[in-house]
Design a protein around this ligand. Structure first.
Ligand code: ZN
Length: 315
């Protein structure tokens, strides 16, 4: 059902969007054969592995949402990352480090994951950008590998949980933005979390009930053409859970490490990410695909998907 916290001005947005893209009814077809997306959940814990963020995969809702695209989302056995400093992700650089630094399999990532293919890495943490004042429930790179989920999605909506955050962030990795390809309506999966209706149960999710979390045909095409969407199910051979050592080796010590380079003079993506959502969206519509491999410059042209912002902390 519609979110009770929706502000009146957001309804105007919906009205406009309805005229342009239809707030209901898109996304039914043209999907063809099934594609497969694999998720590597990574539970972040403190250094001793005692205190951990909650795993909140909302697997059923995620699978139902992406079934609209005939896209099968499966979750590998979770890995653990014991590293206190990542329990709270304070800035974009920390997220980039988790996502891209180190060699294959670093930071709990699947060894098969690359920036543009393989299982999508999804870290579950205690908080994301806590100093921002707005609660960021999820974060994902556009067209590249890496999702952060704040385990507070479990307590959202009086404990029902924010059922569609995981599916939304996966959409960013699959190349979707908040306003492109028909997003923007209150019932579209990829609309900014502050403007989007939130399902209260599986029965609200398109094509059922309130038909929340729809995808347009164009979004479906884009997602299915992503490098993360394979034509065959992922092998289960790599799905055995791992526990990552308490102390991570120095990044420079990993022989096949993609060196972590602080972004001193590249495009100031941090600024982009910290812009208000509306301002950011205007500049983030054309993410460039980035080739995979150690030679590329970290963070070059990387665009960070807008946040799922919600109410201020301490609500
Ligand atoms: Zn988003």
């Amino acid at each position: 059902m519609a979110n009770a916290l929706l502000k009146p001005q957001f309804l105007i947005v919906c009205g406009l969007s309805a005229a342009l893209v239809s707030c209901s009814g898109e996304g039914a077809g043209n999907s063809g054969a099934t594609r497969f997306v694999s998720i590597q959940p990574i539970q972040v814990c403190d250094d001793l592995g005692i205190f951990c963020a909650d795993l909140a995969t909302f697997e059923e809702a995620t699978r139902k949402i992406w079934a609209q695209a005939n896209l099968d989302v499966s979750f590998l056995a979770p890995n653990r990352l014991n590293a206190s400093r990542f329990l709270s992700i304070d800035n974009q650089d920390e997220f980039a480090e988790l996502s891209f630094a180190g060699g294959a399999g670093a930071f709990g990532r699947s060894p098969l994951s690359t920036r543009t293919s393989g299982p999508i890495s999804m870290w579950f943490v205690e908080s994301i950008f806590p100093s921002e004042g707005l609660e960021t429930l999820g974060l994902g790179w556009i067209d590249q590998n890496g999702v952060l989920i704040d385990d507070d999605i479990l307590t959202f909506n009086n404990g029902i949980g924010r059922l569609d955050t995981v599916a939304h962030e996966i959409g960013h990795n699959l190349g979707l933005t908040h306003e492109g390809l028909g997003a923007g309506g209150v019932n579209n999966l990829m609309t900014d979390g502050g403007f989007r209706n939130s399902p209260s149960s599986l029965d609200d999710i398109n094509p059922d009930g309130a038909r929340i979390d729809q995808l347009t045909d164009r979004q479906i095409d884009e997602a299915r053409n992503s490098g993360f969407a394979g034509t065959a199910p992922a092998s289960s051979a790599d799905s055995a859970a791992m526990e990552i050592p308490t102390t991570l080796p120095p990044l420079s010590a990993a022989p096949d490490a993609l060196p972590w380079v602080p972004p001193p003079k590249v495009t100031p993506v941090t600024d982009l990410a910290l812009l208000p959502e509306a301002a950011f969206a205007a500049t983030a519509q054309a993410p460039e695909p980035i080739p995979n491999g150690p030679a590329m410059t970290l963070l070059t042209a990387v665009l960070l998907a807008g946040y799922l912002r919600w109410q201020p902390r301490g609500r």
